[in-house]
Design a protein around this ligand. Structure first.
Ligand code: ADP
Length: 248
C-alpha cells in the first residue's frame, strides 16, 4: 500500500514535470516552426535550401505533437467535456484513421444501435483513438484489419468503444506494462511510451475504464468504457494514473 502510494506520488510529480517542460517547449517549437515557415516561403520552392527549411518545419510539427501529448498526459490541459455520440465519433474519425493506417489495412466499423451519449473532451478522445490507430499500424507491418465497434455493457450500463487489430499482439510481459508511462518497445526516437498512459488518464478522468486484450500472433483489442452522459461526473481536476500496468 505504501509502495503504491509512493509510486502514485512519483507518477504525479513526473506528470507535473513533463507538463511544465511540455508547456515551455511548445512555445520554443512555435518560434522554430514560425521562422522555418517564413524562411521556406522567402526562399521559394526553387531554392536549394527550401527542402531543408521544410524539414525543420516538419520536425517542429512532430515535436509539437509530442508536447501536446505530454500536456494531455500531465493533466495540465483542461478538459472540456461535451455530450458525444460514440457512433458519430467512430464514423467521423474514419478518414483520419485511414490516413494513419494506409492502404494495406482494412478499416471496418461495427456500430451498435441506440448507444446513449457519453460526456467527454472530444479532442482528448480523438487523441486516444488516433494513438490506438498508430499502435495498430505499427503492429501490422504487412497489413491486416482494424475494427472499431461500439456497444453498451449490460451489467454496468457503460458505453464502450473497442479498437481491435489483427496485428502481432503483445507478450504477457509487454501487456502487463503497456499502460506504464514511458514504457515502449519501439526503440529510441520512435515511441514515447505515453500513448496508453495518456489514454488511461483521459478515460479514468472521464469516469470510465480502459482495458487491453492481447494475444501474441493474433492481435490486440483496446476497449474504453464510459458512463452515459447523465451519469458522468462533472469536470474533474483529479488526474489518476495506473500504479502499475496491465489490464485496468
Ligand atoms: P508507444 O506507442 O510510444 O510505444 P504506447 O503507450 O502507445 O507508447 O504503447 C506502449 C507499448 O505497448 C508499445 O511500445 C507496444 O509495445 C505496446 N502496444 C500498444 N498497442 C499495441 C498494439 N495494438 N499491438 C501490439 N503492441 C501494442
Amino acid at each position: 500500500m505504501e509502495e503504491q502510494l509512493r509510486q502514485a506520488e512519483r507518477l504525479d510529480s513526473l506528470g507535473r514535470l513533463a507538463g511544465g517542460i511540455a508547456h515551455d517547449f511548445n512555445n520554443i517549437l512555435a518560434v522554430i516552426s514560425g521562422y522555418a515557415a517564413m524562411l521556406s516561403e522567402e526562399l521559394g520552392p526553387d531554392h536549394q535550401l527550401h527542402t531543408d527549411a521544410q524539414a525543420i518545419e516538419q520536425a517542429a510539427a512532430r515535436g509539437s505533437g509530442l508536447t501536446r501529448q505530454l500536456l494531455i498526459f500531465s493533466g495540465l490541459e483542461p478538459s472540456r467535456p461535451e455530450p458525444l455520440d460514440l457512433n458519430a465519433v467512430a464514423t467521423d474519425m474514419q478518414r483520419l484513421l485511414k490516413r494513419t493506417l494506409g492502404d494495406d489495412i482494412e478499416l471496418t466499423t461495427k456500430l451498435s444501435l441506440d448507444v446513449p451519449p457519453i460526456s467527454m473532451d472530444r479532442n482528448k478522445l480523438e487523441q486516444v483513438v488516433l494513438n490506438a490507430g498508430a499502435n495498430a499500424r505499427a503492429a501490422m507491418p504487412s497489413g491486416g484489419r482494424l475494427t472499431l465497434s461500439t456497444s453498451v455493457d449490460r451489467g454496468s450500463g457503460q458505453v464502450c468503444l473497442s479498437i481491435a487489430d489483427t496485428g502481432c499482439g503483445m507478450e504477457p510481459e509487454v501487456a502487463a506494462r503497456a499502460f506504464e508511462p514511458f514504457f515502449t518497445t519501439k526503440g529510441r526516437g520512435k515511441g514515447t511510451g505515453l500513448g496508453l498512459a495518456t489514454a488511461y488518464g483521459v478515460v479514468t478522468d472521464a469516469g470510465g475504464t480502459i482495458s487491453l486484450d492481447s494475444a501474441p500472433g493474433e492481435g490486440t483489442t483496446l476497449t474504453l468504457c464510459l458512463p452515459p452522459a447523465e451519469r458522468a461526473a462533472g469536470p474533474s481536476t483529479l488526474v489518476r494514473r495506473p500504479a502499475s500496468g496491465g489490464t485496468v
